[in-house]
Design a protein around this ligand. Structure first.
Ligand SMILES: Cc1cc2nc3c(=O)[nH]c(=O)nc-3n(C[C@H](O)[C@H](O)[C@H](O)COP(=O)(O)OP(=O)(O)OC[C@H]3O[C@@H](n4cnc5c(N)ncnc54)[C@H](O)[C@@H]3O)c2cc1C
Length: 404
């Protein structure tokens, strides 16, 4: 049965997003991949259609419908999480890089929605208004990773030293989505090393602050329409009122972990979108091909591989929907979110790799859609927690032990 059975609203969103991805994203995907350029024109038109860079902040209490600190949570189940899931699959089906360009600011909106005060939300919205000095739609960035801190965020080295009513930020962030162009950054830094994980806090840093230095843009294997860059902080003074949650109690590093649990199912479903794109392309080709005089799809070793792909795509999609549904119903979804992300990333790698092999030389050509999806898929096993980290989380939930 269709996962969206009996839900006309989600069915409508799927149809609309699919039509948009097919008519607007697919035609420009190869160009932005080859040029490694952000689709600024598309981002502008999408914003005018209501797909704004701050949509997650404007429409919800946080990604996947979870209430943020200081906000009143009602008991009614939401559909925001599943809505995001449905839309994200279709957009990533169009192009994963472009879908990240459209939604990348959501990584910064999520902690602001969850932990920000009303003043901070207003400050964030203000910084995102209008266009930047190049006439581009404004984007935001969430800066957690560092050159020596990726999976193990407890080793975070960027410091926030208190000086009067300001914090002074020093350090380097790496692999930051929208890192070069952002109008506003959510930066995670250590306020007191003696507190360890509890001392880590998020700060809202607008681009105009002295000491914020956008760094080198990375040249990437895949999702090349999304910008990834370094960001440096050199004695960057941020007013204390811009520390996320400000005087509210904070779980320190725990806040960042909760934030990742919210975004993982969305990242997972983007991987499903890539896998489905490659599978559909392959199926269409295979239907028209013959091998040794008989239809290619009639050969058992081909048919079984197609069945494997379809099973895994369907299973991954179910896990992502389940994780989002749990969040919408205020249920603890840590394990499900990790399972969804890890399973979907593996599915995207498996499907695109098999599609490459079955299509042969054709798919090796630069600019071939399957070659692009194959490159795009790899990154989904790395960002938002690698496959190994997801497995550690799942195992810990099952055993109560941290694997060594
Ligand atoms: C395209 C892209 C966009 C990104 N955008 C952002 C962003 O917007 N903001 C941001 O903050 N970060 C971002 N990142 C960074 C991303 O989250 C990190 O790359 C990721 O967390 C992995 O960290 P790392 O690359 O330092 O790998 P490492 O942590 O150094 O890991 C290297 C290898 O060791 C394994 N490993 C590490 N620890 C363990 C363990 N305990 N047990 C078993 N295996 C382990 C990992 O699984 C991996 O295989 C982005 C990355 C990419 C590629």
């Amino acid at each position: 049965m269709d996962l969206l059975h009996n839900n006309p609203m989600l069915q409508g969103v799927r149809q609309m997003m699919h039509a948009y991805a097919k008519s607007t994203i697919r035609p420009i995907a190869a160009q932005h991949d080859q040029e490694e350029s952000m689709p600024w024109e598309l981002m502008k038109s999408a914003s005018m259609m209501g797909m704004s860079q701050t949509a997650l902040l404007d429409t919800n209490k946080g990604a996947l419908g979870q209430a943020g600190a200081g906000e009143v949570s009602d008991d009614k189940p939401k559909t925001m999480g599943r809505l995001q899931i449905v839309a994200a699959e279709e957009l990533a089906w169009g192009c994963a890089g472009i879908s990240l360009a459209l939604a990348g600011s959501g990584l910064a909106c999520t902690p602001v929605a969850r932990m920000g005060t009303e003043e901070q939300k207003a400050h964030f919205r203000e910084a995102m208004k209008g266009v930047d000095d190049k006439g581009h739609v404004k984007v935001a960035a969430m800066a957690l990773s560092e050159p020596s801190t990726g999976s193990d965020i407890s080793g975070l080295a960027t410091s926030a030293r208190k000086d009067g009513d300001h914090y002074v930020l020093n350090g380097h962030k790496q692999w930051i989505t929208n890192g070069q162009s952002a109008a506003v950054y959510v930066v995670w830094a250590q306020t007191d090393a003696t507190l360890g994980r509890a001392g880590v806090r998020g700060f809202l840093v607008t681009r105009d602050l002295v000491g914020l230095v956008p760094g080198r843009k990375e040249v990437k294997l895949g999702i090349r329409a999304s910008e990834t860059a370094q960001v440096h902080f050199e004695d960057c003074r941020v007013h204390e009122s811009m520390m996320l949650g400000h005087k509210q109690p904070s779980a320190g590093l725990g806040d960042t972990k909760k934030m990742l649990d919210s975004t993982r199912p969305v990242v997972g479903i983007q991987a499903v979108g890539i896998a489905r794109a490659a599978y559909e392309f392959l199926l269409e080709r295979i239907r028209g091909w013959e091998l040794h005089g008989t239809p290619m799809a009639g050969h058992q070793h081909i048919a079984f591989q197609l069945a494997e792909m379809e099973m895994e795509i369907e299973a991954s999609r179910h896990l992502c929907h389940r994780a989002a549904w749990m969040a919408d119903h205020r249920l603890e979804n840590v394990k499900m979110a990790s399972m969804a992300k890890a399973h979907a990333a593996r599915t995207a790698e498996m499907v695109t790799s098999k599609a490459m092999a079955m299509l042969g030389e054709e798919a090796l050509q630069a600019g071939h859609p399957v070659e692009k999806w194959y490159r795009d898929a790899k990154i989904f096993d790395i960002f938002e927690g690698t496959g190994q980290i997801q497995r550690r989380i799942i195992a810990k939930q099952a055993t109560g032990l941290n694997a060594t």
